[in-house]
Design a protein around this ligand. Structure first.
Ligand SMILES: C[S@@+](CC[C@H](N)C(=O)[O-])C[C@H]1O[C@@H](n2cnc3c(N)ncnc32)[C@H](O)[C@@H]1O
Length: 334
């Protein structure tokens, strides 16, 4: 038995659901008799089984799939209108743009040589997974990338849409969707030049499954950018005790130390799932200045850039074509 958070109008109510052979039975007291919902196997959407009572209170506010942790959704729901408050709960993420945007931009520019003046990322299809209210999607869109921002939480996406609507330049370049990676993968295999998951993996269930889906949606040779928090005593002291309990930089309960992951473990997961880790850098936040810096040490925050390896058959084909080249040249000169 698991539980889902839902709302009746503005009133949050906790609805317990039973999973049975792909069906959910709503057990809320407000829903009598209990309504049977069928969960789509492809996109996780929920529809009432024909004949069952309609307009039941059970209205999911987020995408529920394997990597999505309902407790995390509950936390982010509470702050879903606060994304663009630069002094608010997401102030450290606003400040992080000063280093993460150039990090992503410079690596992508070094891989794609056809730069457009003023729009160096034009022509690049980028997926921002766990985009929240679009703090990173927007600057990447302004740099010219075609950005798809996804987040399982509907109210985060609403905030992103609203904010984006104030800038007509972003209208075509940035598209948002309420969904998880699992929801997206079926129609987006090998579609993106880059996937960004910034400050997300410490909130997901099953990091390995998450990485495997990132692999599936990336084109061969595509880039995966991850920023996250290491699992060390120091990250507990600074990231949870100091940041949450002493300085209130982020609200208490934002992070769960058990979900943190070390760079060694993350690299192992990446490399065992088809990626080559190209770069690992430590990051440090100065709470007094409200600014981020690159740092030699990765014991608190860090950033990784990994590249999706080209499949064996593809590289063999390329090697075969290359091997054929000299004979073609020889034939041509005869
Ligand atoms: C700390 S915020 C980071 C937001 C954004 N990436 C940024 O840096 O501005 C984490 C975000 O990840 C989303 N999230 C949590 N679990 C997720 C999952 N399994 N798949 C995709 N996004 C998820 C949350 O809804 C939240 O918006």
């Amino acid at each position: 038995m698991s539980s889902v958070w839902s709302r009746v109008g503005a009133l949050p109510c906790r609805v317990a659901v039973l999973h049975r052979a792909g069906h959910r039975i709503c057990r809320s007291a407000l829903c009598t008799p209990p309504t049977v919902h069928k969960e789509s196997e492809t996109n996780g959407s929920i529809s009432a089984v024909p004949g069952a009572r309609r307009n039941c209170c059970f209205k999911r506010r987020y995408s529920t799939t394997h990597t999505v942790d309902p407790m995390e959704m509950k936390k982010f729901q509470a702050w879903s209108a606060k994304w663009w408050d630069e002094e608010g709960v997401y102030s450290a993420l606003h400040a992080m743009n000063d280093i993460r945007v150039p990090f992503i931009r410079d690596i992508l520019m070094s891989k794609h040589h056809d730069h457009n003046v003023g729009r160096p990322l034009s022509g690049i299809r980028l997926l921002d997974v766990g985009c929240g209210g679009g703090l990173l999607s927007e600057p990447l869109g302004r740099l010219g990338a075609t950005v798809t921002g996804i987040d399982p939480l509907e109210d985060n996406i609403r905030t992103g849409e609203l904010h984006k609507s104030f800038d007509p330049v972003l209208d075509k370049r940035v598209q948002y969707r309420t969904c998880s990676l699992e929801d997206l993968v079926e129609h987006n295999m090998e579609s993106f030049d880059a996937v960004v998951a910034s400050e997300v993996v410490e909130h997901v269930n099953d990091v390995e499954a998450f990485i495997q889906i990132c692999f599936q949606v990336l084109k061969p040779g595509g880039s995966l950018f991850i920023t996250t928090i290491n699992k060390t005593n120091l990250s507990y002291l600074l990231g949870i005790l100091l940041a949450e309990k002493v300085m209130s930089i982020v609200p208490e309960g934002t992070h769960d130390w058990d979900k943190f992951i070390s760079p060694v473990e993350l690299e192992r997961l990446l490399e065992s799932n088809g990626f080559v880790v190209d770069m690992l850098k430590g990051m440090l936040y100065n709470p007094l200045m409200g600014s981020w810096h690159w740092f030699d040490d990765t014991s608190i925050n860090y950033a990784i850039h990994a590249v999706k390896m080209v499949a064996k058959e593809q590289s063999t084909d390329m090697e075969f074509e290359r091997d054929q080249e000299p004979s073609k040249t020889a034939e041509a000169s005869m």
